[in-house]
Design a protein around this ligand. Structure first.
Ligand SMILES: [Mg+2]
Length: 175
């Protein structure tokens, strides 16, 4: 079923709720990251202190990371200046090509790799296409153009599915 296919494996309110402890507990040792609206709004060219602190924590815990962004080289390379991880601008998510390259560069088996992003039909789809786990966060500052609004509308049933089934999972785990 489509709603199930696109439903993320995990939803967090903010990117740094995905703590090293959470990631390691779930066997995730490598992260493919979206930038725009996941780690920073479009208009912020550089990572803020919180982003940098989170990357340091990942590194300290041996979790590797790479950027796969659909934005251009200028945006991604400037954002990556202080972080310095493998990067794939114009990454053409949800297509597989650069996702595969990123997984290869990270050197961790796909079952121990996850993607984190803010868009179901870009980031989750890209993750599903290469068989890795998918973490979703809400967009930091969403665009308001009609196309974005339409995409968000399509995401709603997927997130409803996630909330319903994830709640059941959590309840089952608590038993
Ligand atoms: Mg994004």
């Amino acid at each position: 079923m489509l709603r199930r296919y696109f439903s993320p494996d995990q939803y967090f309110e903010k990117f740094d709720d995905a703590t090293p402890a959470f990631l390691l507990r779930n066997g995730i040792r490598a992260l493919i990251l979206d930038i725009d609206n996941t780690l920073a709004p479009y208009e912020e060219p550089e990572p803020n202190e919180r982003v940098l602190a989170w990357f340091s924590a990942l590194k300290e815990n041996g979790i590797s990371a790479a950027f796969v962004s659909n934005n251009d080289h200028e945006r991604v390379s400037r954002f990556n200046q202080k972080i310095g991880i493998p990067m794939y601008p114009k990454g053409k998510k949800p297509l597989k090509k650069f996702m595969r390259r990123a997984i290869q560069a990270l050197g961790v088996p796909p079952e121990n790799t996850a993607i984190m992003g803010d868009q179901i039909f870009t980031d989750v789809w890209a993750g599903r296409n290469v068989g890795i786990r998918c973490i979703v966060v809400p967009p930091i500052k969403d665009k308001t153009d009609p196309f974005t609004k339409f995409k968000r509308l399509l995401e709603r049933p997927v997130m409803r599915y996630y909330r319903k089934h994830h709640k059941e999972e959590t309840e089952n785990n608590e038993e």
